[in-house]
Design a protein around this ligand. Structure first.
Ligand code: V47
Length: 353
């Protein structure tokens, strides 16, 4: 049976099948992913009004792809006081944001109370805002730095007001590639275990994959299959986000970058392989807004949100430092033939625009 028939029969896609999908022409692959997307979500494209906050860039780890962390290439270390973080969240709330997405570096000088106290302070000021915070990499750092178990860190997150976890820190699970690009950071098994434990608490999270650097197609598929296995166990992932590698101001040597076709193929294959993760996000920050809009026809049904400000990928060249105005966002989705649906952080529909 051909891989196209397999997909249309609803059979599960394995490593060999997924590699065969990459060999299809873009339009055939796109059609398969679009059929799947339409069966799941029709023409709806989800987004939220959110605010990214990156409260410190001081990091004890050295990931080669990172341009954000304070280092030789970015000699401007900062750590926001908790009052400033709360004020930022408050302003965002006044402008309509319903979620703060908080991702930091692994700062050994800030202290555990700074990391956890910021969530408590945000929730005291804004009890109804959704706090999506701490990647598995940060959680692993806090456990190691302060001699805590992962369970203790996760319980403290819940007690201090974290609602859901973002998908960062996953990078590429293949151990060899991971060692090369971000040695010393949470291991692949560690990343998956942390999300499993979070899901066991009845909580939701996302999963990312950083691609388009030194990894090969099989590493991307391996990454997706490890996520699919965990999702079969827990059902706790809401969304998968393939992050396109941004190349500026970092220490990773990359010989060739993916074409637009390769990026769209990877999106489409994600939709087909990850049959048990409901949402696929084309993150406009790293894909560019134009490609993200096209990705709606290649399986993606979520474009993240208005963001307001973003520092991690912006440091590596993405055009995301100032987010995207809501009106532009809505019109771009509509003009591309899809239905903009504002969602909350857990994918409850708030408004069809
Ligand atoms: O894990 C770092 C990535 C991630 C680069 O859960 C880079 O909804 C591209 O987790 N090029 C953090 N990417 C961001 C993140 C995220 C973003 C959007 C939505 C969600 C979600 C989560 O940023 C890191 C890392 O993979 N990153 N450097 C770079 N040069």
């Amino acid at each position: 049976m051909s891989v196209v028939e397999k997909v249309r029969n609803g059979e599960r896609i394995g490593m060999e099948d997924a590699l065969a999908l990459y060999e299809l022409d873009l339009f055939t692959l796109g059609e398969l992913a679009d059929e799947k997307r339409r069966a799941m979500h029709g023409k709806k494209t989800y987004f939220n009004i959110n605010r990214h906050i990156n409260p410190t860039n001081v990091c004890k780890d050295v990931c080669k792809f990172c341009a954000y962390s304070a280092s030789r290439k970015n000699p401007n270390p900062y750590t926001m006081p908790i009052e400033e973080i709360v004020e930022t969240a408050q302003k965002a709330w006044e402008h309509g944001a319903k979620e703060v997405h908080i991702v930091s570096a692994h700062n050994p000088e800030a202290g555990l109370e700074w990391y956890l106290g910021m969530f408590r302070a945000i929730k005291e000021a804004l009890p109804d805002i959704h706090v999506k915070a701490l990647t598995a990499a940060e959680i692993n750092f806090l456990a190691e730095e302060y001699g805590l178990s992962i369970d203790e860190v996760l319980d403290a997150m819940v007690e201090n007001g974290v609602d859901s976890m973002p998908g960062g820190g996953a990078e590429i699970f293949d151990e060899k590639v991971r060692d090369y690009i971000c040695k010393g950071k949470v291991t692949s098994k560690g990343w998956l275990d942390i999300h499993r434990k979070w899901h066991e608490r009845g909580r939701k999270s996302n999963a990312t994959m950083l691609f388009g650097h030194v990894e090969k197609r099989e590493h991307r598929i391996d990454h997706m299959l490890r996520l699919r296995n965990l999702q079969d166990e827990t059902g706790g992932f809401n969304c998968f986000i393939p992050l396109v590698y941004q190349r500026e101001n970092n220490f990773l040597k990359v010989e060739s970058f993916p074409t637009g076709q390769e990026i769209l193929k990877t999106m489409a294959i994600s939709r087909l392989v990850l049959d048990n993760i409901p949402h696929l996000k084309a993150y406009w920050v790293t894909a560019t807004i134009n490609l993200a809009l096209i990705a709606q026809e290649y399986g993606a049904n979520d474009l993240d949100g208005t963001i307001e400000r973003e520092s991690i990928q912006a440091a590596a060249g993405a055009k995301s430092a100032h987010g995207m105005p809501l009106d532009d966002f809505v019109h771009l989705i509509k003009d591309s033939g899809f239905v903009p649906v504002e969602r909350d952080s857990l994918y409850n529909e708030l408004k069809v625009w």
